[in-house]
Design a protein around this ligand. Structure first.
Ligand SMILES: [Zn+2]
Ligand SMILES: [Zn+2]
Length: 300
């Protein structure tokens, strides 16, 4: 039996084999795309867009195909397309959805579906790609029928590259950086709140409070004048960790007007199971943002 894990991004969730991971994602909740790769190749692509009023699935399908054709042409390949009459996504996948299946091939083969969800009014296209002679219809079915296109009322699940947490809808993703040995995501919440979630690993030795504080400061750009200070050690998600606060850097003011800005408060901890150090921080003195994020956070 293959093991699966969930990738969550901008309100889209999909279950994929464990060795597939998010390679690329762009856009917003309204419109965007993501690609999931295995160790060598692209394996899944999902694109979503808010449906225009009265726009049918046919025009959305046309636009989607144009993207595929353009891409194939750029790579000097010829795209063969067939609309698959047999819907291979069944059950909950087609519930309350207008759905069209398709398959295409260049030097790779792909099966996919495009649908409009009547609940959230998004049009979503998803296809699974096979390289070489490998084809696995069960896998296609399993992956495509697991795609959920609207977030639960509990919030949006962000689950990718070693981070997994749930945030309310009003948190907008502003930046993310994924490397092989680290991940970082930054969110904005109106009016002026920021929330940062990050990990770094592997650690050569078990980090102490000073190491964790240093890690917190590095979650910002190197040139930053921010200083971070441990306020206390504490258990975070049953791991050893610290609570920290950002102390004021030297004040630089223009024309004598003191700059005001919000300080950061957060936690950092070490998860031995994953051998990673995690940081969650927000410019929220009461630390509600941090503790709420932690309550839906999974490190291992
Ligand atoms: Zn939906
Ligand atoms: Zn852990």
């Amino acid at each position: 039996m293959r093991k699966y894990h969930t990738i969550g991004w901008q309100g889209i969730t999909v279950n994929v084999p464990e060795n597939w991971r998010l390679a690329y994602a762009r856009g917003t909740f309204k419109e965007g795309s993501l690609r999931v790769d295995d160790e060598q190749h692209p394996r899944l692509e999902v694109r979503w867009t808010k449906a225009k009023k009265n726009a049918g699935l046919t025009s959305a399908m046309k636009r989607f195909l144009a993207v595929l054709k353009r891409r194939a042409r750029k790579e000097g390949k010829k795209l063969q397309l067939s609309e698959s009459p047999q819907p291979f996504t069944t059950g909950s996948a087609v519930r309350n959805r207008e759905l069209q299946c398709f398959s295409w091939s260049t030097d790779v083969n792909a099966w996919g579906a495009i649908w409009r969800c009547r609940d959230c009014n998004r049009i979503v296209a998803a296809h699974v790609i096979f390289h070489g002679r490998n084809k696995n219809f069960t896998l296609v079915k399993q992956v495509l029928s697991s795609v959920k296109d609207h977030p639960s009322p509990k919030g949006i699940l962000w689950s990718a590259r070693g981070l997994r947490f749930r945030l309310p809808h009003e948190f907008k993703l502003r930046r993310r950086r994924f490397r092989t040995d680290s991940s970082k995501m930054e969110f904005r919440v109106k009016p002026r709140n920021r929330l940062i979630v990050a990990w770094k690993g592997p650690a050569k030795r078990e980090p102490d409070a000073a190491d964790l504080t240093r890690l917190a400061s590095r979650a910002f750009k190197k040139r930053s004048r921010r200083r971070f200070k441990t306020t206390k050690t504490e258990r975070v998600l049953s791991h050893d960790g610290i609570a920290f606060v950002e102390t004021k850097a030297k004040r630089r003011s223009r024309a004598g007007v003191p700059r005001t800005r919000k300080r950061f408060y957060g936690v950092a901890f070490f998860c031995p199971q994953r051998n990673r150090r995690f940081v969650i921080m927000a410019n929220d003195r009461r630390r509600t943002l941090v503790s709420e994020t932690l309550s839906h956070f999974k490190c291992h």
